[in-house]
Each structure stands twice: as structure tokens, then as C-alpha cells.
Design a binder for this molecule. Structure first.
Ligand code: SF4
Length: 361
């Protein structure tokens, strides 16, 4: 069984921090894009059973109802008899009851909302158009439409934000009573508006204080920290994202999407012009055994449950300790061995990048 990622690159406005593959919504391009997406899927999909589908972006919800219907018609090709999770990413300001009913009727059982903050000033800095009241209203509508498996994306670590303001954001999130949250510290990437405007990065110590506060508060409220940036109530972990972190195979369709099939990684073009012409693939990379093992560790150690020593052996026919310098990381306290798994303890997850890099040759 495989998983499928579908990339819809359109957004009705562009956020100041965004470096994803996206363009402004344009009715004239959407139709052509969906036709090209349909061709790409038809050319590649081998009719396997599909376990999870994730429609991401961009902002899939920026499409109007007719365009969304066309998208779901294209996705009919997938064998969904055993689909466990079917997610769509949405922006709060796009949501109508009509769209929610359409999602529900088409089998969507999880929605991920890009909220980022509830604070007017922070939302303005990030270039987001919604308000706290709109978020509350949309979450209420979503639950009433029968979709209760909801994720909220939040951003912390925005320069100029006080710890008190962050606490308020976390409280506002908790009041929504949704089972999953993805939390990201703001990174100012080149080519974004914040970068061009020389927006300052937050003080590292304050950022760490914020991270610790969020971590403790969410745990106190019943959320399990199961991946570096993700927290979930029991049984509400993202099944689709677990496919990536467990280094399993998936299809990726759409501009800028990536696939991992039969040990080959494919990266699609990020150029919409090339994509519309049917020049889908930019890179094809057959992974060596060493690269696959590195991915197993780098992705698996993002999970707080870590990498199972026996599973590693079963997959690669070699002990993990014979491939990587695990002893050194254990002696420095950067890695822990618990219940037959190698893992990064929660108090080190904040510096996980510097640990994960040790697994690259
Ligand atoms: S909605 Fe998402 S993809 Fe679109 S500009 Fe904002 S962050 Fe980027």
C-alpha cells in the first residue's frame, strides 16, 4: 500500500515568510494545471491500494467549488478502498459550508488549517488575512460538518512577540479543542518578503523559552509530542506524515512535489510553465544503500519513539552501530537507547538538526 501527496500551488494571497512552491490563484491557470495533474497521475500511478492521501499546497482550498469538484474527479482514479486518512490543507478565509460539505462527501476525513497565530499583529507580520473569530467559527463549522480530525499549524519565534503573547496564542489554540497541532519556529528564508525587508530573527534564548513553554503546556493538556514539530492527542498522529518519517514509499504529484518509489527519489519541477507543458520531473535519483540508511535515521530520529534497532537490521541486513558512529553520540548524551530504539530525548529535540547532521557521510 502506498501514500499519495497532491500539490495544489495556488494561493489567494502570499504570506511574507513563504518559500513553498506556490503562485497567485489565477482561474485561467487552474483549469490547465488540473488537466496537467490528471495526465501526470494517469502516466505514473500503478493502481496500487492507497493508504493515505494528502492534498497540500499552496492552498488547495483557494480553488472554487467547481474546481475542487474537478480535482476530486481526477483523484477518483486512486484505489481508496482501504484509505485510512484523507487530508486537505485549507486556509481559514477560504472556507464555506459548501466546501466543507463537498470535502465530507468526497471522503475527506482530516483537515489541516494554516492558522499560524490568533494575534492581530503577528498575523499582519506574517501576511495572514483571518482573525481569531474567523478561526473559531471555521473550526466550529468543520466539526458540525462531521470532520473532527483537525490539525492547526502555528508559528512561534516571531521577533517582537512577547512570551505573554505566545501564551495567549497557545491558550487560544487549546480552546478550539482539536486533536493535532504542528508548531514551527519562524525561519526567514531567502527570497521571502520578510527576508527582503530584513525582518530580524528572534533572540535564541527567548525562542528556546517559548519552545519549552509550548512543550510543557501541550503535554499538560494531553498532547503527545511525537515528532519534532508535531503534537497529537491519543491516536490522532498524522498517518500520512508518519509514512515520510518511517521512510516508506509515496507518490507525489503536482508542481514541486517529490515521490519515493522503488528506492528512487523523483523531484518535480518547481516551474509552473514546465509543469503545464508536461515536463514533470526535474531530478531522478536512485538512492544508494548508504543514502537509504541515512534517510532511515534522519527521518526516524525526528520521531520521539526513534529508530528500532531490530527493524533497521531487518530492513538493511546490517547493525545500525556498524554503519553509524552511534557510540560517540551516546557518550555525548545526544542520543539515547531505550526499549530497543535509538532516539533523541525531548530536551535535545530543539537542537536536533545538529545531531541529525552526524548521520550524513
Ligand atoms: S498560504 Fe501557505 S503556501 Fe500560500 S503563501 Fe501562505 S504559507 Fe505559502
Amino acid at each position: 500500500m502506498k501514500s499519495v501527496y497532491i500539490h495544489i500551488p495556488f494561493c489567494s494571497s502570499i504570506c511574507t515568510y513563504c518559500d513553498f512552491s506556490k503562485i497567485y490563484y489565477d482561474e485561467k491557470i487552474v483549469g490547465k494545471y488540473l488537466n496537467s495533474l490528471e495526465r501526470e497521475i494517469n502516466n505514473t500511478y500503478k493502481h496500487e491500494l492507497i493508504k493515505t492521501i494528502y492534498i497540500g499546497g499552496g492552498t488547495p482550498s483557494s480553488l472554487n467549488t467547481l474546481e475542487l469538484e474537478r480535482l476530486f474527479e481526477i483523484l477518483e482514479i486512486f484505489d481508496k478502498r482501504e484509505v485510512e486518512e484523507y487530508t486537505i490543507e485549507c486556509n481559514i478565509d477560504d472556507i464555506t459550508e459548501e466546501k466543507l460539505m463537498l470535502f465530507k462527501n468526497k471522503g475527506i476525513n482530516r483537515i489541516s488549517y494554516g492558522v499560524q497565530s490568533f494575534n492581530k499583529r503577528i498575523l499582519k507580520t506574517l501576511g495572514r488575512k483571518h482573525t481569531k473569530e474567523m478561526v473559531e467559527n471555521v473550526i466550529d463549522m468543520t466539526k458540525k460538518a462531521g470532520i473532527t480530525n483537525i490539525n492547526i499549524d502555528l508559528i512561534y519565534g516571531v521577533d517582537g512577540v512577547t512570551l505573554e503573547e505566545l501564551k495567549q496564542d497557545v491558550d487560544d489554540f487549546l480552546k478550539l479543542d482539536v486533536p493535532h497541532i504542528s508548531l514551527y519556529s519562524l525561519i526567514i528564508e531567502p527570497h521571502t518578503k520578510l527576508y527582503i525587508d530584513s525582518f530580524p530573527t528572534i533572540d535564541e534564548d527567548l525562542n528556546f523559552l517559548m519552545y519549552n513553554y509550548i512543550n510543557n503546556k501541550l503535554k499538560e493538556c494531553g498532547y503527545k509530542h511525537y515528532e519534532i514539530s508535531n503534537y497529537a492527542k491519543e491516536n490522532s498522529e498524522s498517518k500520512h506524515n508518519l509514512v515520510y518519517w518511517n521512510n516508506k514509499e509515496y507518490y507525489g504529484f503536482g508542481v514541486g512535489a517529490s515521490s519515493y518509489i522503488d528506492n528512487v527519489r523523483y523531484d518535480n519541477t518547481r516551474s509552473i510553465t514546465l509543469y503545464l507543458k508536461g515536463n514533470y520531473i526535474l531530478n531522478k535519483n536512485i538512492l544508494t544503500k548508504r543514502e537509504t540508511m541515512e534517510n532511515e535515521m534522519i527521518l526516524g530520529l525526528r520521531l520521539t519513539s526513534g529508530v528500532d534497532k531490530d527493524n533497521f537490521y531487518k530492513k538493511f541486513n546490517i547493525d545500525v552501530e556498524d554503519v553509524f558512529n552511534i557510540k560517540d553520540l551516546l557518550s555525548k548524551g545526544l542520543l539515547t537507547f531505550k526499549d530497543n530504539c535509538y532516539l533523541i530525548e525531548e530536551d535535545k529535540l530543539f537542537i536536533s538538526n545538529s545531531i541529525l547532521i552526524e548521520f550524513l557521510e
